[in-house]
Design a protein around this ligand. Structure first.
Ligand SMILES: *[C@@H]1O[C@H](CO)[C@@H](O)[C@H](O)[C@H]1NC(C)=O
Ligand SMILES: *[C@@H]1O[C@H](CO)[C@@H](O)[C@H](O)[C@H]1NC(C)=O
Length: 372
């Protein structure tokens, strides 16, 4: 009898100890240091899913799961940086550094989606356009230099133009390292919404958009710039940096954002952008909302590719590397193990639920963000 009860006491003590250890582990799990590189609403791959991406990046930061080190725009239209600023302001994050592509290889000949001007004109934000923010390369270099080694995840959800310029960059006021060496030292993960897997070659619509930058009325010079950036980035990335490709064939199946119509306040800018898109681009809308290439890419950058509840895993049966060629086509070349792999979709509804839940989450510390 006394033996039994002391066993029970010992067991309970052990359980309590394990619980405390689990809580401590949770408490010390550091937020993922995240940089988001987006083509939000403008350029050859303009879409509304970048809105979901930037909104859930903020929600994940509210949860303590991510720390937003910077958000940069990888296209040319000036007001797109203003959209990022509107969203960050809504979530009370005016302090996140913003940057934009300042090269000459992209034009803004094709107009942005309608939500871009709507948000910038009708919502408060400290930044209205890209002329008010530094070059994305210096924002990247400043953020990386200040971060602990191997602590940064980059979520690339647009053209690879900024990343090309970062990799090509040399020492500056922030770091004595070259761009390639700075990335190798600071970045543990690049999740790139780019390409189709195992191949885009021969696919019905050809190259995936972020790899080629060639749809939505993009001019030839801009498409050429975008494709050569993709080729450069994926052939010059340090081999020690894990590169996880989020393929077009995965995100297309995951529909999100329709829920904003009922779960969010009428003046929520994430909701407003989705409703603008639904009204003006009905062909891109389906039950559940818009395809979710970009928010999925944020989700896996922060929670891990194969985390339960993502509805995806990384391929564990695809040793090799991605080859990007002329025109932004890509194909997986089987070969020895590398630090490159790609996402496999298991359950689009599970992925959609994770994203929609974050979209519906109220900002933790909202700035005084009302329709002006
Ligand atoms: C950018 O915004 C500023 C501040 O609102 C404005 O003065 C400037 O004309 C704008 N530039 C462009 C290119 O839209
Ligand atoms: C993958 O990255 C790890 C460290 O991040 C490195 O030790 C390893 O050599 C890399 N693998 C390849 C095949 O380059």
């Amino acid at each position: 009898m006394s033996n039994d009860s002391s066993n029970i006491v010992a067991k309970n003590t052990m359980h309590a100890l394990l619980l405390v250890l689990a809580l401590v582990a949770l408490a010390v799990a550091r937020p993922v240091h995240l940089i988001v590189d987006t083509d939000i609403g403008g350029g050859g791959c303009q879409d509304v899913d970048d809105i979901a991406a930037v909104c859930i990046a903020n929600a994940l930061a509210d949860n303590g799961e991510a720390e937003l080190l910077a958000i940069v725009q990888n296209t040319a239209p000036p007001p797109c940086a203003g959209v990022i600023s509107v969203l960050n302001h809504w979530y009370g994050r005016d302090d996140v550094p913003l940057g934009a592509y300042k090269g000459t290889g992209l034009t803004h000949s094709n107009p942005p989606l309608s939500f871009v001007d709507d948000l910038v004109a009708n919502y408060p934000s400290p930044v209205k356009n890209s002329s008010q923010v530094p070059d994305a390369v210096s924002i990247y270099r400043q953020a990386l230099a200040a971060a602990p080694d191997a602590s940064v995840a980059i979520s690339s959800i647009g053209l690879l133009t900024n990343l090309e310029n970062l990799l090509r960059s040399g020492p500056d006021q922030y770091s004595a390292l070259s761009g390639v060496d700075l990335v190798a030292q600071k970045v543990f993960l690049l999740v790139a919404m780019a390409g189709k897997y195992p191949t885009s070659n021969g696919g019905a619509n050809g190259a995936e958009c972020n790899m080629c930058g060639c749809y939505n009325g993009a001019d030839a010079t801009s498409a050429q710039t975008a494709a050569s950036s993709s080729i450069y980035v994926f052939s010059h990335m340090a081999p020690t940096v894990k590169v996880l490709f989020s393929g077009g064939e995965v995100g297309v199946e995951i529909r999100t954002g329709a829920v904003l119509e009922t779960c969010a306040e009428a003046n929520n800018p994430c909701r407003r952008a989705f409703m603008d898109f639904k009204r003006d681009n009905p062909g891109g809308w389906a039950k559940g909302g818009r395809s979710s290439w970009d928010p999925l890419t944020i989700l896996v950058a922060v929670r891990g590719a194969s985390a339960a509840g993502n509805g995806v895993t990384e391929c564990d049966d695809c040793d090799g590397t991605n080859s990007v060629t002329e025109g932004g086509n890509n194909h997986w070349v089987a070969g020895p193990p590398s630090n490159q792999t790609y996402l496999i979709l298991h359950d689009a509804n599970v992925a959609a639920k994770a994203i929609d839940t974050l979209l519906c989450q109220r900002p933790r510390q909202q700035a005084a963000a009302v329709l002006s």
